[in-house]
Design a protein around this ligand. Sequence first.
Ligand code: NDP
Length: 588
Amino acid sequence: MEKEHGTAPIGTISPLSAKSDRPQEYYEQIKKKFAEERDLRLSYRPEGTAQYTSDLSGELAKYEIDPYGGEIKPREPINDTVECLFIGGGFSALLTSARLRECGVESIRIVERGADVGGTWYWNRYPGAACDVVAYDYLPLLDEMGYVPTRHYAQGPEIFGHCQAIARKYNLYELAVFQTTVTSTTWDEDEKMWNIGTDRGDRLKARFVICANGTLSKPKLSKISGMESFKGHSFHTSRWDYNYTKADLSGLADKVVGIIGTGASAVQAIPRLGAAAKELYVFQRTPSSIDIKDDWETDQKWAAKLHPGWQAKRRAEARREPELTEKQKAELAAMSPEEKVRRQENANINYMMRIHKRIEEIVEDKATAEALKPWYMFMCKRPCFDNYYLPTYNRPNVHLVDTHGKGITEITAKGPVFEGKQYEVDVLIYATGFEVQKTGIYNQIKGEHGLDLNDKYRDGIRTLLGIHTHGFPNLFIMGGYQASFQFNLTDMLQSQGDHIAACIDYTRRHGYDSIDVTPEAEEWWVQEVIEHRGKTTRNQDCTPGYYNFEGEFQRRQDGNYNGGFNRYCNHLDEVKAKMEAHFVFEKK
Ligand code: NDP
């Protein structure tokens, strides 16, 4: 039988799906436990995002060094002009470049810190790295590339290879500058050009600049007392040291390994570490929710039947709101807003209790199984999907060190300490994640009148669609705040890339040199973002994590647009249909 290759929507729980014979008291008890766990976590780390550092300098500089790119060879500084310059060479740059090429833009340069394109998939090469979004949806430009992924869920090397293939097809290597970090991006009002400085002494000029630096790019570390004193080997998951572990991890056979963190990266790496290491200690603060990952090799019979344009059609279908029957519509219409929230919460709790049951069924040691249970609503934290993670805890060499929400707060020369017990490890792996959604990482962006983007945002982020910000003409931001959030990030990035290419095309075709959003259009969007945020207390109710700024207070405009992806795409279309109403175009 042919496999079901359909798109599985993640993160949507309908109030219609709550079917339970349980009394409401059961759900209230669980919600109470969720709140207690959240309060406990917050009490240990009230400082919110400040508990982390992404300033990886001095003793910590080693955690950011690229282990994959080889020696950085000296080169002469570059001093020239291109039409479009991308800061970052991941999917944002690749899929937007493809659209720009289709509009006839010839002069495109990618400036990238790594030694190749690929972004996330260049950096994250830890064992087991793979994507949790169905590959036929996640890998962009499949129609254009004439490519069908080899598996239902693609693994890291295949995705990285796809990035390289896109760069080759669209001739993006020719002008690309690798192992180079953009440090300044300054608008020249007279020339209507951006001046771009780098850490290699380049002085680049570009008519259009696209901040394509990703949403989770800069590794961060938990601030743990004594971490600099650790005498063993250590690295961050996004800078995996295969020289030390060896490609097949055989270098760990006689090693005691510690890993701090149990987020999506750790969940994929831990099964491989458990199988390879002499001993593995997993230091957990908050457990992830782990569901089944239904993976298989692509059915070639299915692939052979695909018609050109199949991915575009599939993406359009995924965007459509699910069709409700007349009965379901009537049921929803009869529900009060409170009843909708209650039923949605109950359905969410039912899902999480199924996650708990799975743990009980798989993990043999009762105490370990209890410690692995996540006590929060689904989607409070990034959900994980993995078939090997939970069984790993049945291995005799794998030990869960549950810190009951406290986390590791002390590391000595020998390794982490928890509740007075020293865990001696040879190697310590930080799976502690990334700084979230900063527009100008490593880079100072200065627009009209020398205004620094960070200064503009100090009193709240201000953009149109998360892409344009007034006073910064010809600058486009991808994957930033005030844009929609999609579990399939490439869907969102493609919608932005299409929009940016259309804006640049319009500007060029009409003989303009610059495009800037009007203050009115920007204000409209800021209000739109505010209107859709904070409708529920869900963010505050969640256990802390990067989705809710570690429990910190946030101005309502300083986050994603919560009106839904469909509505976001409709707004993109509306803006494109009335360019002159939303932007000021100028000639030199
Ligand atoms: P995360 O930010 O998700 O996880 C960081 C982990 O470190 C958390 O478990 C956190 O605990 C833990 N932590 C932080 N400080 C301490 C401490 N002092 N002691 C113990 N634990 C600590 O980072 P990841 O790299 O795992 O994932 C980042 C994102 O990348 C994902 O959310 C996802 O969007 C993406 N990704 C996607 C993948 C996929 O498609 N499968 C795979 C990998 C990543 P706590 O939860 O308590 O904060």
